[in-house]
Design a protein around this ligand. Structure first.
Ligand code: PMP
Length: 391
């Protein structure tokens, strides 16, 4: 009698089919052929010298993208959430105070992560679409005396680009590390880690970088490393333990690297290529291109009679635009219609913005006038064809 009782699934006897799609939601964005092809290179060992060289190139690329001299700069194997947990699990010990700024879902998630490892978490809360003044932040820092303050630079659930000037200095005045989420913003909006006094900065590969999801650039300042390497207890996660990751990425100055986990080498190839694309264009040119496309898009939306969810112009995220959900329509019908008819992804809200907004992401290579025109035409078409209630 055969020991195999589960038959081979029929579905896997059919070829893989993946459609082409315009990825204009808040991520992932389209991956250009050049970056896809880089990922199709042969798999070699994750400890081979050629891979270490590729990892070193990635480090240099991230230092450029983040504008930092930090030695402790690398890419976590995993998505943006992995980098979030890497930042929080390494810097925070059980019982310590953490402050998160909540103006959308990302501050809520950071608070939950810190809570799960036993931190005492406090939040400052702004309405979706809003942001915080430096006075509000200083008040909370002086009240709660956190070891870490979390802020999302690009709040992709609400479309807010948070001003960052002066916050790093405030954190340092209160002996607190400044942790910034730039998953939705870096490369698409001005951000200089060292100048802003940011202690931990992370992003994801699948937004402005146009690489497949699965790697997450992160960087730690000297101050952050001081705290992390003087912990009383080990971080709860072995996989995300900075001392192991630092060695794997050659950031700890030790002569040899020790096996920690099998790095996703093909994802490293794609990430390296995406950083090479950014280097070729130049960071400032990329910021400017995103800003121009966003302004062109916002003008087009307003001329169609649609309203932008973020009232203050300078706080509008150039990469992810939030549009007030058009009155009388079911937002879900609009996004479904656009997907079906235009083969184009845009999305509804997330967390506190569900039901309030439509979200359109134009990131990296997707950020162009031609794509803005495509989205505007799709929206016009949807508003003509989707059901509008009379009330
Ligand atoms: N932070 C922000 C601002 C994001 O937009 C996202 C992804 N939508 C994440 C964190 C989490 O990234 P991931 O989905 O890659 O885990």
């Amino acid at each position: 009698m055969s020991s195999v009782s589960v038959p081979p699934p029929k579905c896997l006897q059919k070829p893989l089919v993946v459609p082409h799609r315009h990825m204009f939601g808040p991520g992932p964005s389209n991956v250009p052929p050049r970056i896809l092809q880089a990922g199709a290179n042969p798999v070699i060992g994750h400890m081979h010298p050629e891979i270490f060289e590729i990892m070193n190139d990635i480090k240099s690329g991230i230092q450029y993208m983040f504008q930092t001299q930090n030695k402790m700069t690398f890419a976590v194997s995993g998505t943006g959430h992995t980098a979030m947990e890497c930042a929080i699990f390494n810097t925070v010990e059980s019982g310590e105070s953490v402050l998160t700024a909540v103006n959308g879902i990302w501050g809520e998630r950071a608070a939950e992560m810190a809570e799960r490892i036993g931190a005492r978490v406090n939040t400052i809360v702004a309405a979706p679409g809003g942001f915080f003044t430096n006075e509000e932040i200083e008040q909370a820092l002086s009240k709660h005396r956190p070891v870490v303050f979390f802020l999302a630079h690009g709040e992709s659930s609400t479309g807010v680009l948070h001003p960052l000037d002066g916050i790093g200095q405030l954190c340092h005045k209160y002996n607190c590390l400044f942790l910034v989420d730039s998953v939705a913003s870096v490369g698409g909006a001005p951000l200089c880690m060292d100048q802003l006094g940011i202690d931990i900065l992370y992003t994801g590969s699948q937004k402005v970088l146009n690489a497949p999801p699965g790697t997450a650039p992160i960087s730690f300042s000297e101050r952050a490393c001081q705290k992390i390497f003087n912990r009383r207890t080990k971080p709860v996660s072995f996989f995300l333990d900075l001392s192991w990751l630092a060695n794997y990425w050659g950031c700890d100055g030790k002569p040899s690297r020790v096996y920690h986990h099998t790095g996703p080498v093909t994802a490293f190839y794609s990430l390296r290529e995406s950083l090479a694309v950014l280097v070729e264009e130049g960071l400032e040119n990329s910021w400017e291109r995103h800003q121009k496309a966003a302004e062109y898009f916002h003008t087009g939306l307003e001329s169609m009679g649609l309203k932008l969810f973020v009232k203050e112009k300078k706080a509008r995220l150039p990469t992810v635009t939030t549009i007030v959900a058009p009155r009388g329509y079911d937002w879900k019908e609009i996004t479904t219609y656009i997907m079906k008819t235009h083969n184009l992804e845009i999305s509804g809200g997330l967390g506190p913005s569900v039901g309030l907004v439509l979200r359109v992401g134009l990131m990296g290579c997707n950020s162009s006038k031609a794509n803005v025109d495509m989205v505007l035409a799709a929206l016009k078409d949807a508003l003509t064809h989707c059901h509008k209630s009379k009330v």
